[in-house]
Design a protein around this ligand. Structure first.
Ligand code: NI
Ligand code: MN
Length: 226
């Protein structure tokens, strides 16, 4: 499965022929200036929480693609009111979509929508079908709840976790997350976009290597086979 990093916490990939985007924040991210949000195909947009750095381009993409939003009940209702379609969920629930099952997970963070509307509890997602199983944590602290994931889901192929610190867990938390998740293939996100989350790639790579972690720090626009 090819997964493409579109900057910050935004990723795109295909499952069972369906184009899925996570947390679209492109036009507001100078590091993603070479990505055109009007060219990204989307059947589904997964949104972890209401913060602008996860939602900014969702409406623009929805307008063009008629994609379905998958998020919390409150965030989906916010998009419904604007005339877009969505599938509402809440933390801990799972649902079988045409591309596979989505299970929402607890994230320790906050969430408010850009216009001040209540953004509900932030969440992460485990996506699984007969070919893949992976975890997208969303913005979160390192949390004990990560221990539940290998108990309730098949073994993870990989996990997308924040590494930028300050607003979320940082790269130094990854070894513990890896232990909790029983998965050491990690793709980092939520780094470099703002001054306070800038990382030293060399230092982080060295830290991952020293701890036996297969940690990928992708360039914006880069794709990896996972
Ligand atoms: Ni956030
Ligand atoms: Mn964020």
């Amino acid at each position: 499965m090819k997964i493409t990093y579109l900057g910050h916490s935004c990723f795109s990939f295909q499952l069972k022929g369906k184009d899925i985007i996570v947390d679209p924040f492109i036009s507001g991210n100078p590091l993603a200036k070479d990505i055109d949000p009007d060219q990204i195909p989307a059947d589904y947009i997964l949104i972890t929480h209401g913060h602008e750095d996860h939602i900014l381009d969702a409406e623009r993409i929805l307008k063009r693609t008629d994609a379905t939003v998958i998020s919390s009940f409150e965030i989906v209702s916010w998009f419904n009111e604007k005339g877009y379609k969505g599938h509402p969920m809440n933390t801990g629930g799972s649902y079988d979509f045409e591309f596979g099952n989505v299970r929402t997970t607890h994230a320790v963070h906050s969430s408010v929508l850009p216009d001040g509307s209540y953004g509900a509890n932030p969440m992460g997602f485990v996506l699984q079908n007969d070919e893949h199983c992976f975890y997208i944590s969303g913005d979160t602290a390192l949390t004990m709840d990560m221990k539940l994931i290998p108990r309730v889901c098949p073994p993870l192929d990989f996990a997308i976790l924040p590494i930028g610190d300050n607003f979320t867990m940082g790269y130094k938390d990854i070894p513990i997350a890896v232990e909790f998740l029983k998965c050491n293939r990690i793709i980092g996100c939520h780094f470099d976009t703002f001054d306070v989350i800038k990382i030293d790639r060399e230092k982080v790579t060295e830290f991952f290597n020293k701890n036996g972690i297969d940690g990928k720090i992708l360039d914006v626009g880069e794709s990896v086979e996972m």
